[in-house]
Design a protein around this ligand. Sequence first.
Ligand SMILES: CC(C)(COP(=O)(O)OP(=O)(O)OC[C@H]1O[C@@H](n2cnc3c(N)ncnc32)[C@H](O)[C@@H]1OP(=O)(O)O)[C@@H](O)C(=O)NCCC(=O)NCCS
Length: 146
Amino acid sequence: MFKITAPRSKTEFERYYDLRWRILRAPWQQPRGSERDHHENNAIHAMALNDEGHIIGVARLHQINKTTAQIRYMAVEDRWQGSGIGDALLRDLEDKARALGVQLIKLNARENSVGFYTKRGYQITGPGHLLYDEIKHQKLEKRLDN
Ligand SMILES: CC(C)(COP(=O)(O)OP(=O)(O)OC[C@H]1O[C@@H](n2cnc3c(N)ncnc32)[C@H](O)[C@@H]1OP(=O)(O)O)[C@@H](O)C(=O)NCCC(=O)NCCS
């Protein structure tokens, strides 16, 4: 079992960023710090905790303007992937976006996770960037029904 919550303390944020880094950056030999950007302080952070209190999934939403937001840095601990955690994190951020009046969510998905997002109503709008010369991305978006 797991629950979705938000990091609050300094220690929780350190563990939250650590999971991001381990899943999304370390396999490509990227340094610590490369898992963050300048939106962190103004973003909505979500994390999944297992029964032992370990962070096993993370995701972030930041608002681009009044009605549009972007989801970035979705990552689930390897052995927990496929357990519904990504789904729960995405729903949590979408609910919070709706509450803010957001009508459109955009994201850039790694090619191997595009299917995860299209299953949840995201539509491909075009090709995205190539990360570290090898990870192809697609641009996707979803209109929220308020
Ligand atoms: C992509 C990711 C966030 C999805 O989270 P997850 O917890 O593994 O996904 P869930 O268990 O919630 O997936 C639920 C559903 O999506 C499907 N799904 C998951 N990954 C998928 C994929 N790559 N392609 C197609 N479907 C996928 C599952 O089959 C499942 O389907 P169901 O609802 O019909 O049973 C996670 O696998 C991950 O962290 N991957 C590595 C890092 C990454 O690529 N992050 C995304 C960066 S854009």
